[in-house]
Design a binder for this molecule. Structure first.
Ligand code: WT7
Length: 644
């Protein structure tokens, strides 16, 4: 791990207070009052003192096939269990109970394609489509406990396929549609999936992304895949391998795809999905989430933080392929009975006002996005958003990396017209749901994710675990378990213990540095490990480096993240070439393209520098922090461990 850096402190006295109307009508104040409190502070303290009661309150708002015997089982730390003994299925709460209520004809999902095509699904229709897909999955042999890999563009079939898996008790492993074949192949091989769901292609900026072609290459490397279900999106010609590849729409038209399918009874602790995420070393790790605790955590946080009301039209502009999409496009909005909007394409396609036109066209009331998108759209100026009626907006949200106060203020005033509080939510693939976040009653400070959510105990500590003083840099930790926490790393429980729970005994180490100001507000600074957030996407330096060394010209490589105006960070790589190769702009371009091909366009380095040596410790570890300091012309810090 790198050491904690000194960075300039944003202005911590800049405070934005939510209006009385927002506070008065918020879900969180309603809950506080139901518990006899008149302030959020009192409520928060109560949720710590009565932690299990708080989470049980949240869980009781959902339906269970069988109630729990125990809220939390911490007898085998850090392998915590939640709602022990309970039976449920997240799909029962996300779809079935709404389809059986007055909500059945309420819109569950509204989708707009990049070309303007629209598709809408009521809870009834969603139930029908998901049930049919679940029956199709069964017909190709998918059983409870299997892992199905899903590699789809941002189309309604993506959430539906996730829900179909969950409905029959299979775990899904969604691979983001922007990843390339090596990334897909690694994940397929690691999860040993026998079924892959993909599409003929997807649309991005008017061009076809050849998903099936990438899937074909990945499947050639992973013999475990026996069946590939293909969604028709683009209609262009693709290779269909007889005996392996099947068109989904053809199967959906057969009697096997009956419109009713029982929802499997799951143990609260049964796995719901695997999601691979980048870590410090080696291959991405498969983070495991469950049906019970995860369901309660995402439900409680969405309801309280984004203050979901029956009439809301909520838009989380992430991709369902990342945790943000899993939790807050697919599962939580449906569990709350909301209407979730999804858009297929790029924010500035065909013009920089596409998003703002969508807000007014669909009357979006809550918009949840990432700092990189805000900065990207901010560049085009105020004229684009000002052409559109954005008065439907009530709340805004940000996630993925720290938001710089300039972007925060632009979002707040130009998009939110100074009346929509911004929920800056800090969380991780591993945490499952929001951990540090305001609710609509919390005064906001631009750039701070504010305070721990109800029932969450977060702190900033020194290397020895003792709390830091106000405004002192330290490690961000979570001091008690929470229901949506990851349960383990697939096939590697030891790595789960070592990565998160060993550094500071009894605490979850998030891998971020942060500071807490005099008001108890937490300011996340950034990753401490070898993880780079590029446009909010999480990439490991190890992944980029191994993609580089898989090229015949490369002997050794080191990747670092450098500050970037729009992307937050951009990747710069340092490469030692093999004998017989010489650095040139042409080779640089070839290597950049190679990484893009191996991992996906988001991982393509912005620049590659050819070097003859890399700074290393005596034990041979590359000192990326030294490269980073040199690249920025900053002091190199403690280099006592540097090899001579
Ligand atoms: C890392 C987790 C879970 C949402 C998407 C990212 C950074 C996330 C914030 C925020 C400052 C943030 C952290 C964290 N991060 N949200 N609001 N403010 N930093 O999930 O890909 O697992 O990445 O994203 O560094 O550790 P992820």
């Amino acid at each position: 791990m790198a050491e904690i850096r000194e960075v300039a402190l944003p202005n911590t006295s800049d405070v934005y207070r939510p209006s009385d109307a927002i506070v008065e009508h918020s879900n969180v104040m309603a809950y506080a009052r139901s518990r006899g409190f008149s302030s959020y502070e009192e409520l928060y303290q109560w949720t710590l003192d009565n932690n299990e009661q708080f989470w049980a309150d949240m869980a009781s708002e959902l339906e269970w096939f069988q109630p729990w015997e125990k809220v939390l089982d911490d007898s085998n730390k850090p392998f915590f269990k939640w709602f022990v003994g309970a039976k449920t299925n997240i799909v029962h709460n996300a779809i079935d109970r709404h389809a059986a209520s007055w909500r059945k004809n309420k819109l569950a999902m509204v989708w707009e394609g990049e070309d303007g095509t629209q598709r809408t699904f009521s809870y009834h229709a969603l139930n029908r489509e998901v049930s049919k897909m679940a029956n199709v999955l069964k017909s190709v042999g998918v059983k409870k406990g299997d892992i199905v890999t899903i590699y789809l563009p941002r189309i309604p079939e993506l959430p539906m396929m996730m829900l179909a898996c969950a409905k029959i008790g299979a775990a899904h492993s969604v691979v983001y549609g922007g990843f390339s074949e090596a990334a897909l192949a690694d994940r397929l091989a690691h999860s040993q999936s026998t079924v892959l769901v993909t599409a003929d292609g997807g649309f991005m900026r008017g061009k076809i992304v050849e998903l099936k072609k990438i899937a074909d290459e990945a499947m050639a490397r992973t013999p475990s895949v026996q069946t590939c279900l293909v969604v028709k999106r683009t209609g262009h010609t693709i290779n269909m391998e007889i005996g392996r590849d099947l068109w989904l729409h053809e199967l959906m038209g057969l009697p096997i795809a009956a419109a009713d399918c029982p929802t499997e009874v799951m143990d609260a602790e049964d796995p719901l999905f695997i999601l691979y995420t980048s870590g410090t070393t080696g291959k991405p790790k498969g983070v495991v989430h469950t049906h019970g605790g995860y369901m309660v955590g995402i439900y409680a946080t969405l309801k309280m933080v984004f203050d979901i009301k029956e009439e809301d039209r909520y838009w989380c502009a992430a991709d369902p392929g990342w945790i943000t999409g899993h939790s807050y496009i697919v599962y939580a909005p449906l569990i709350t009975g909301a209407t979730s909007f999804m858009y297929e394409g790029a924010p500035n396609y065909p013009f920089p006002d596409r998003w703002w036109s969508l807000v007014s066209k669909h009357s979006i009331s809550i918009l949840y996005t990432a700092p990189t998108a805000i900065r990207g759209l901010m560049r085009f100026g105020e004229a684009w958003p000002s052409r559109h009626d954005l008065s439907s907006l009530r709340l805004l949200g940000s996630v993925g990396e720290p938001i710089n106060p300039e972007a925060w203020k632009w979002f707040y005033s130009v998009i939110g017209k100074d009346r929509c509080p911004i929920m800056d939510t800090w969380w991780q693939t591993e945490t499952g749901h929001f951990m540090i976040t305001p609710t609509p009653v919390v005064p906001l400070k631009p750039g701070s994710a504010t305070r721990p959510f109800l029932g969450i105990e977060a702190d900033v500590v020194h290397e020895d675990g003792t709390p830091c003083g106000p405004n002192e840099d330290g490690l961000l930790v979570i001091k008690r378990p929470w229901p949506g926490m990851m349960r383990t790393i697939l096939n590697d429980p030891q790595r789960y213990v070592d990565t998160y729970w060993t550094r500071l005994p009894g605490m979850y180490a998030a891998g971020d540095s942060a500071r807490k100001d005099e008001d108890g507000y937490i300011w996340v600074i950034g990753r401490l490990d070898d993880v780079i957030k590029v446009s909010g996407y999480r990439l490991g330096t190890a992944e980029v480096e191994s993609a580089l060394v898989s090229h015949p010209a490369v002997a050794e490589a080191a990747a670092i993240g450098l500050p970037h105006e729009v992307k937050g960070n951009s990747i710069h790589a340092f490469v030692i070439l093999r004998a017989g190769f010489e650095g040139s702009p042409k080779l640089e371009e070839e290597l950049r393209a190679h990484v893009g091909h191996e991992l996906g366009p988001i991982a393509r380095p912005d620049a590659i520098t050819f070097v003859s040596v890399l700074p290393k410790t005596r034990s041979g570890k590359i000192m990326r922090r030294v490269l980073k300091a040199r690249a920025q012309g900053l002091p190199e810090g403690d280099i006592s461990t540097l090899e001579e």
